[in-house]
Design a protein around this ligand. Sequence first.
Ligand SMILES: C[S@@+](CC[C@H](N)C(=O)[O-])C[C@H]1O[C@@H](n2cnc3c(N)ncnc32)[C@H](O)[C@@H]1O
Length: 245
Amino acid sequence: MRVDIVTIFPEAFTPLEISMIGRARERGLLQITIWDLRDFTTDRHRQVDDAPYGGGAGMVMKPEPFFAAVDAIRAAAGAEPSHVILTSPQGARLTHALAEEMAGTRHLVLLCGHYEGIDERVREGLATDEISIGDYVLTGGELPAMVIVDAVARFVPGVVGDAASVEADSFAQGLLDHSHYTRPPEFRGMKVPEVLLSGNHEAIRRWRRAQRLRRTLERRPDLLKHEALSEEDRRLLDAADLDID
Ligand SMILES: C[S@@+](CC[C@H](N)C(=O)[O-])C[C@H]1O[C@@H](n2cnc3c(N)ncnc32)[C@H](O)[C@@H]1O
């Protein structure tokens, strides 16, 4: 998968050089290029923003450098990107499903805003999608771009070593994850549940499934699709005295 990010702070993207994303880049599973928006300005001061028409507080990012940057990305890729994503608190909320869908595509371009945001003509004439990472406002689009890349990259085959862990994580299959423990078996009076030490794989599977159901019901009942619950799920919920209705 190819990812191109357009920003005025290329130096902000070092987190994409480490850990799983860094390794995926080294292994050629992800090709990430950071483009400096100022390289696409035409004036001596490399100005990327200007005062808002109509007056008011703050500055607005100019449209021309974004259009020129995406033209350069098109030329470098030799094809139209699958998605040109405008990061914005007003966009569609990033979800597990959206990240998984984007991971199935070939080429993402992400545009990072600052100040009051980007001239509306970038949304109208350049972006194919507008994505928000949550209902709050950040100072710039760099963190949202990295959040989007990380969430999408986890679904690219090979990026996460064990694909089974992605399938069992929270939100996959509409459930939250079960709790996790490692050594020691007892720490400051807190014990690891007996069943996990039992070596009984079937009992462990049932315990984990019950935990996932319980946590989802208690913390995020909105995720639980009643029609998707199996007979075993209903028995596990009954046994835990949890009422799904
Ligand atoms: C200060 S914000 C602009 C906010 C804009 N005036 C508004 O109220 O909708 C500057 C930039 O940060 C990024 N940004 C801020 N919050 C975001 C969020 N929740 N999701 C995605 N991007 C965000 C966008 O790139 C945005 O252009």
